[in-house]
Design a protein around this ligand. Structure first.
Ligand code: SRM
Ligand code: SF4
Length: 555
């Protein structure tokens, strides 16, 4: 067996996620933290970053990079109260970069927090009963759930199970409280135990999603562990279980690849916690710990086989999984606009370009949502597609919220094309250290160019699922789009075509390392043919298969 990776050593030595973080944060000679602590701080929900737009200039001036920290707030199912929104808004304006980022996994990110402000910021987050623990790192991350307000009754039945699994799989170390919240020092960490994780936690990140069919807004098959809610006569009876999804890969390395999860059976709500724990411990014990790029659950399953995995899981839980129940997905985006709930309350889903809540020109999203939070009598739900639901609005507040939406330019959902409304891009430059090309900053401009193509062929009001990422880690789930662009180098992307509209089929590499004119020149004749050849309800991704421009591949 090969030696454990360096990260395994850092975790083992960290005494349950302490490392030397306290000392690192206290050191005012540098804006950075010690190298080993950059691994440990991820488990506390933060990444050390530097502004890549300024890197070269600062190096020329012989200055250290402009280090700052991204903080990711863990919020099961993406639910936030108005008070929580207002606190995050305040932090974004006072210690962040004056933006709030809504992520593809229903979390908030603050960017640009300087080291000297980290502790107070985490304390601020804690003051409204939120935290950042386990939002990143080799551990079960934020547990997500469909946000579709058309299914409020189903959502209410599933939500307590999301919270239960999220809480059950949290780390038990007190390091977070000790370092950030001035909790009592647990000397050296000796008395602590991590009954589920053990001292080295998981081999790699681990992601859990719950989904309520027929909407697959969470892209459940992209997750390590998925629970597909099954209802009979409107009552939740249990969950189909899926395992082994994941999207990250490395350009040119065929041993890394995206993989769609397998559905392995059905469990009742009573069996859920045991199953979730033992899926995780199977990966804990059998996942790769030497080569990190092979360490996700998808590779463990690919290595041992899905039948082995199921047997191992059943041996650990002590009960067999029942056969999976029938289900069907029809769409993996969000539903926009107002929806009336069954309890007299209404829900408004807003489109947020790139998930970036900021004040830019006449779109004053940060200010507008602050004003809404001040009067809102319900809550907020972040969607898994970087959008936002103003949820549970009492009938009397609807007109006031509509007025604020209009005043602050938040009503894009009603005016933009379906292409723009559903398009996704990851953060990428300037904060992401792994970015090879632009994504979030490029999306609005690129969408405009594709809109021109669609308009020329009479398809401007037609839905087309487009996703862009700055590298093949796949943070905006580009492999599940009808058209996916994956960054290769500045201004150059790999073009992927042929995903479906329900997040159940991967697209495929069509052209490699091409620039914008080539991408548009490649898309135009396909869109022109599609306009002529499509059947009434056919989507672009499905037509690409029917026309044999792309051919199916195994998951
Ligand atoms: Fe991601 C790493 C941003 C969802 C796969 N992701 C990163 C980092 C932390 C870069 C880094 O390691 O230094 C990015 C921070 C950028 C920044 O400046 O904020 C980053 N990922 C994001 C977010 C914010 C994208 C967004 O625009 O919304 C999403 C945060 C989700 C959250 O709230 O937790 C985000 N990342 C995803 C997804 C989508 C999903 O999970 O549904 C994926 C693909 C699914 C998967 O995990 O396989 C994803 N991110 C990755 C990977 C590749 C993992 C792999 O198995 O190879 C990395 C790199 C890594 O882990 O080494 C990564
Ligand atoms: Fe960064 Fe790549 Fe993720 Fe985009 S896909 S946020 S560039 S790691």
């Amino acid at each position: 067996m090969s030696n454990p990776s360096e990260v395994e050593g850092i975790k083992a030595r960290s005494q349950f996620l302490r490392g030397t973080l306290k000392e690192s944060v206290a050191d005012d000679h540098t804006g950075a933290i010690r190298a080993d602590d950059t691994t440990i701080i991820k488990f506390h929900g933060s990444y050390q970053q530097d502004d890549r737009d300024l890197r070269a200039e600062r190096a020329e001036q012989k200055l250290e990079p402009l280090y700052s920290f991204m903080l990711r707030v863990r919020m099961p199912a993406g639910v936030a109260t108005p008070a929580q929104w207002l606190k995050l808004d305040e932090l974004a304006r006072t210690v962040g970069n004056e933006t709030l980022k809504l992520t593809t996994r229903q979390a908030f990110q603050l960017h640009g927090v300087l080291k000297r402000n980290l502790k107070a910021t985490i304390q601020g987050i804690s003051s409204v009963a939120l935290d950042t623990i386990a939002a990143c790192g080799d551990i079960n991350r934020n547990v997500i759930l469909s946000a579709n307000p058309e299914q409020t009754d189903a959502w209410q039945q599933v939500y307590p199970h999301v919270q239960a699994v999220a809480t059950h799989l949290l780390p038990k170390t007190k390091a977070y409280h000790e370092i950030w919240l001035d909790g009592e020092l647990v000397e050296g960490g000796e008395p602590e135990e991590e009954p589920i994780y053990g001292p080295t936690y998981l081999p790699r990140k681990f992601k859990t999603a719950f989904v309520v069919p027929p909407v697959n807004d969470v892209d459940v098959f992209a997750h390590d562990m998925g629970f597909i809610a099954i209802f009979e006569h409107g009552k939740l009876v249990g969950f189909n279980v899926s395992v082994g999804g994941g999207l990250g890969s490395t350009h040119g390395d065929k041993t890394t690849y995206p993989r769609l999860a397998d559905v392995i059976g059905f469990v009742t709500p009573e069996q859920l916690l045991s199953v979730s724990e033992h899926i995780l411990t199977t990966q804990r014990d059998h996942g790769e710990r030497s080569v990190r790029k092979h360490a996700r659950l998808k590779y463990t399953i690919a290595k041992h086989g899905i039948d082995w995995f199921k047997r191992e899981l059943e041996a650990r839980t002590g009960f067999p999984l029942a056969p999976a129940r029938a289900f069907k997905f029809d769409h993996n985006g969000d539903r926009f606009g107002w929806v009336d709930g069954s309890d007299g309350r209404a829900h408004l889903t807003l489109h947020i370009d790139g998930g970036r809540v900021a004040d830019r020109g006449d779109k004053r999203l940060l200010s507008g949502l602050r004003e809404i939070a001040k009067i809102h009598g319900g809550d907020f739900r972040l969607t898994p597609n970087q959008n936002l639901v103003i949820a549970n609005v009492p009938a009397r507040q609807r007109a006031r919220i509509d007025a604020l939406v209009a005043e602050y330019g938040l009503g894009q959902y009603a005016h933009v094309t379906p292409l723009r409304r559903d398009a996704l891009a990851c953060v990428s430059l300037p904060t992401c250290s792994l970015a090879m090309a632009e994504a979030e900053r490029y999306l609005p401009e690129f969408v405009g160019k594709v809109e021109q193509l669609l308009q020329r062929h009479g398809l401007l009001s037609f839905p087309l699922n487009l996703r862009i990422t700055g590298c093949p880690n796949g943070c905006a789930r580009p492999w599940l789009a009808e058209v996916g662009l994956i960054g290769k180098a500045p201004g150059r992307y790999n073009l992927y075509l042929g995903g479906d509209a329900a997040g159940t089929r991967f697209n495929q590499l069509h052209q490699e390392n091409i620039d914008e004119p080539t991408i548009l020149a490649t898309l135009e004749p396909l869109i022109a043919r599609f306009a002529k050849e499509r059947s009434a309800t056919e989507r672009f991704g499905d037509w690409l298969h029917r026309a044999q421009i792309v051919t199916p591949v195994a998951a």
